[in-house]
Ligand binder design. Structure first.
Ligand code: PLP
Length: 491
């Protein structure tokens, strides 16, 4: 498989060449040259596979520079019941039942948050950690990952890279601004290759420092600085797998199975609802749909930060200023622009890289917005690609958390609540709706207490985590201080 840039000016590359990179050199994002097609017969063969083997079948379609037996070992090492809590890895739980719900639709929750950090980012990051270790060993190279986090991404990266040969992590976070649980999760790691840097500033200061260090090309080369942000293709690719796994579970029974390749066989369709921020999670759903997975709608849910909801409703994409970016109770969706969105626009515009370059490289940089409302391509977002959108507020989250607990005895987190709320506005009779659970409630306890008047349940392995010794260095919001720390801890 060959990868191309959404802006068309970068060299065509193989998977391992883009694995350790971020943006393409022309400022675009990498995508496979085409989407491999999965026919009905292959789908039915995959239905019975354990998750790790399903992952192998899917990712091997995208990777031609790792020998298949090695790739299978990496997948089996990643997706284990020990790491993800169940043999199913991403079990489905039914909420609304078609026979009793007014919408005559089954609504399911797909559990993606039982990995080491209790958020869906583990699903991809755990595979990324094993791929990095494999590729660095093969090249006999080292990599120093520098990142900025306000919570979920940083901890998922640290838990994926801990103890890995050839990799060090330097993760900046705003000092004293993460939840006590999130701080404990990250700072209790004692692995010598993991470095927590608490920056005396806000999240934007951390991001600015990371950018400044990455823009110093001499420093970057000398200290082999890399990133693991959400634009990495390998993360997106790993996320495609759980769309297939969710589909198989929701259509296992009592729906009749389609006849593989048979005359007139119409596979059962399902829809997915996805709590969205940077468009990484739902972009993987788009890829799964392009591969032929029978997805009816992709329901994009935002919180009050509604950049994407607005686009899919109106055709206008408008980057928000920081004054216009709200701090909400679903903080992992608090974005001002969506860093993976360019990938979808590339497909929407018929892969016209010149047009993408003009929109993202020029118009957005100049005016902060573009408008596709008059472009026939915009109508295709819904008709051809299945995208619809909706928005949820703090009051909606609280009401949804309360309703879910009362009716099903289940505590859901604030982001998942946004997804469930928006999903129920887009149900079609007979089309199962799968809501992706993106975190467990323990990570966002304050809103659970507000909604339910009690503390969220805590998985046994996290009891008392706040009392563990912490490994963290507090640094001023200063590029030189961070560079000095990195230089002093490499080699
Ligand atoms: C990262 C994250 C999201 C947003 O996912 P994107 O891929 O950025 O759209 C939603 N919920 C939680 C809990 C997250 O950590």
């Amino acid at each position: 498989m060959i990868y191309v840039s959404t802006r068309g000016d970068a060299e065509r590359r193989h998977f391992c060449e883009i694995l350790l990179e971020g943006l393409a050199p022309d400022g675009g994002l990498y995508l496979p040259e085409r989407y491999p097609q999965v026919d009905a017969g292959t789908l039915e063969q995959w239905r019975a596979l354990p998750y790790a083997d399903l992952a192998f079948e899917i990712v091997s379609l995208y990777i031609d520079d790792i020998p298949a037996p090695d790739l299978r070992v990496l997948c089996r090492k990643t997706y284990t019941a020990e790491v993800f809590g169940t043999r199913a890895i991403v079990p489905l739980r039914k909420l609304d039942d078609a026979s009793t719900s007014p919408a005559r639709t089954d609504v399911y929750l797909e559990a993606l948050s039982n990995g080491p950090t209790l958020a869906f980012k583990d699903m991809a990051m755990q595979l990324l950690g094993n791929l990095f270790e494999y590729e660095l060993a093969r090249r006999d190279e080292q990599l120093n990952i520098l990142g900025a986090t306000s919570g979920d991404t940083g901890s998922a990266a640290e838990y994926a890279m801990r103890g890995k040969q050839g990799v060090r992590v330097f993760m900046t976070s705003p000092h004293g601004r993460m939840s006590p649980f999130q701080q404990a999760q990250m700072f209790s790691l004692q692995d010598p290759n993991i470095h927590n840097l608490a920056i005396e500033g806000v999240f934007d200061d951390c991001q600015d420092i990371v950018k400044a260090v990455s823009n110093d090309l001499d420093f970057k080369r000398k200290y082999k600085i890399g990133t693991v942000n959400s634009i990495n293709w390998a993360r997106l690719m790993a996320q495609v797998v759980y769309y297939f796994a969710g589909y198989f579970q929701a259509t296992a029974s009592p729906h009749p199975r389609p006849l593989p390749g048979g005359e007139g066989a119409k596979p059962q369709k399902v829809s997915f609802a996805v709590p969205s921020g940077n468009f990484g999670n739902i972009c993987a759903g788009h890829v799964a749909r392009m591969m032929g997975l029978p997805i009816d709608s992709l329901v994009l849910a935002t919180n009050e930060n509604d950049v994407l909801e607005e686009f899919f409703r109106t055709g206008v994409y408008r980057v928000r200023s920081s004054a216009d970016t709200h701090e909400t109770s679903s903080p992992s969706m608090d974005i001002s622009k969506a860093s993976n969105f360019e990938r979808f626009v590339f497909d929407l515009l018929g892969r016209d890289a010149g047009k993408v370059r003009q929109l993202f490289g020029e118009q957005l940089a100049r005016t902060g917005r573009f408008d596709l409302s008059a472009d026939p391509a915009f109508r295709q977002a819904r008709e051809r690609y299945g995208f619809v959108s909706g928005k949820s507020t703090h009051a909606d989250r609280v009401a949804t958390i309360r309703d879910t607990y009362e009716r099903f005895g289940l505590m859901i987190d604030t982001h998942t609540a946004d997804g469930l709320k928006v999903a129920r506005g887009h149900l079609s009779p007979g089309v199962p709706m799968i809501v992706l659970e993106t975190a467990l409630p323990i990570k966002f306890a304050a809103t659970i207490v507000e909604a339910l008047g009690r503390e969220p349940e805590r998985p046994a392995r996290f009891v008392g985590i706040e009392r563990l010794p912490k490994r963290v260095t507090v640094l001023p919001a200063d590029v030189q201080a961070v560079k000095g720390f990195i230089a002093g801890h490499c080699g």
